[in-house]
Design a protein around this ligand. Structure first.
Ligand SMILES: [Ca+2]
Length: 184
């Protein structure tokens, strides 16, 4: 299972927050570097925020961008926090995202998300849904790939998890990778 191959000429969409309108643009991006952001070094300048975190189990949002399958983010399981759960990323500059992958925690007890949205923002505060997905892979440690039907150019991206594949109020996740053209 690998990430999708590099596209050449693609059409992408940017979301306008103020008028809640989506406009399309066409661009030629061949010649710019296409990067699979899947190591700690490549993700070192990302800012990550999570909706909630349980203390003492996993290492929170940083566990999602350290390139280590064994580290993870885990939401509280004391009954205080139900879906939706989310994780938001801020890149140092706008990235044109074409695909991404989410790695399940490698654990005997799967606490896996099901339906989720990929969202975009112009300010990191107000979010609009770009596309939605449904996960059916509950295998421990599985790397699950998702391709965007419409690539997304954004500095801010959020994964908004709406319910559980495994019937839990909580979830965990080992790693998040994006594949993108970093734009200047
Ligand atoms: Ca990790």
């Amino acid at each position: 299972m690998g990430l999708p191959s590099e596209p050449t000429n693609i059409e992408y969409y940017t979301a306008g927050i103020e008028d809640e309108r989506t406009e399309s643009r066409y661009t030629t991006v061949s010649g710019t570097p296409f990067i699979h952001f899947n190591t700690a070094a490549l993700k070192s300048d990302w800012i990550v925020n999570v909706s909630s975190n349980v203390i003492g189990d996993g290492i929170g949002g940083p566990g999602l961008i350290d390139g280590v399958p064994g580290t993870y983010w885990h939401t509280p399981y004391d009954g205080s926090t139900d879906y939706p759960h989310w994780v938001a990323f801020q890149f140092p500059k706008s990235h044109l995202i074409t695909s991404f992958s989410l790695q399940n925690r490698n654990n005997t007890t799967p606490n896996v998300y099901k339906d989720f949205d990929i969202q975009t923002s112009v300010d990191g505060v107000n979010w609009v849904t770009h596309e939605f997905f449904s996960n059916s892979n509950r295998a421990s440690g599985a790397m699950v790939d998702y391709s965007l039907a419409n690539p997304l150019a954004t500095k801010y991206v959020r994964l908004y998890f709406k319910n559980s594949l495994t019937g839990h109020a909580f979830m965990n996740l080992a790693e998040v990778n994006f594949s993108a053209y970093p734009e200047n």
